[in-house]
Ligand binder design. Sequence first.
Ligand SMILES: CC(C)(COP(=O)(O)OP(=O)(O)OC[C@H]1O[C@@H](n2cnc3c(N)ncnc32)[C@H](O)[C@@H]1OP(=O)(O)O)[C@@H](O)C(=O)NCCC(=O)NCCS
Length: 143
Amino acid sequence: MLNSFEVKRDTFTISTDPSRLDLDAICGFLARAYWASDRPRDRIERSLANSLAFGLYDGTKQIGLARVVTDYATFAWLCDVFIDEAYRGRDLGKWLMDSVLSHPDLQGLRRWLLATRDAQLLYSQFGFEPLKNPERWMQKYNG
Ligand SMILES: CC(C)(COP(=O)(O)OP(=O)(O)OC[C@H]1O[C@@H](n2cnc3c(N)ncnc32)[C@H](O)[C@@H]1OP(=O)(O)O)[C@@H](O)C(=O)NCCC(=O)NCCS
């Protein structure tokens, strides 16, 4: 798989280079996120090591994240989408989404999934829609 995906805009870079990920910054993001505020650091580290993480950087400072759990063939789960509060409302979230969905190794998948409390109108701009047959879906939720 490619490990060199990178796009630039002004002072900003989106990169999937794992060596650029700033674990302290990411733990800070997730501590402030409603879905992961109690996720331990070692779980975060393991999750990053085993998925395709897109870091968003202003210069060298990490200011955003999106994480994709995928088999690179049929399916991808998009999660941990976060933009630093100081950088919100500047189209960076949309650029991050666009970059994730245009990654060359994530083309032709049968299905993308995500869960969101209130950002439906962000994701619907990129083709996501509510489950058509939610009764066919099940989950085993461990909190
Ligand atoms: C959601 C988030 C990633 C958006 O990033 P951003 O850089 O501020 O967003 P952008 O400037 O690219 O614009 C987002 C677009 O989605 C829309 N939107 C819909 N729901 C939204 C929400 N809950 N929060 C932010 N934007 C939302 C905005 O109106 C905007 O659309 P528009 O330009 O057509 O008006 C960012 O606000 C964030 O990190 N929020 C906290 C964490 C979070 O909720 N993540 C998503 C979890 S599923």
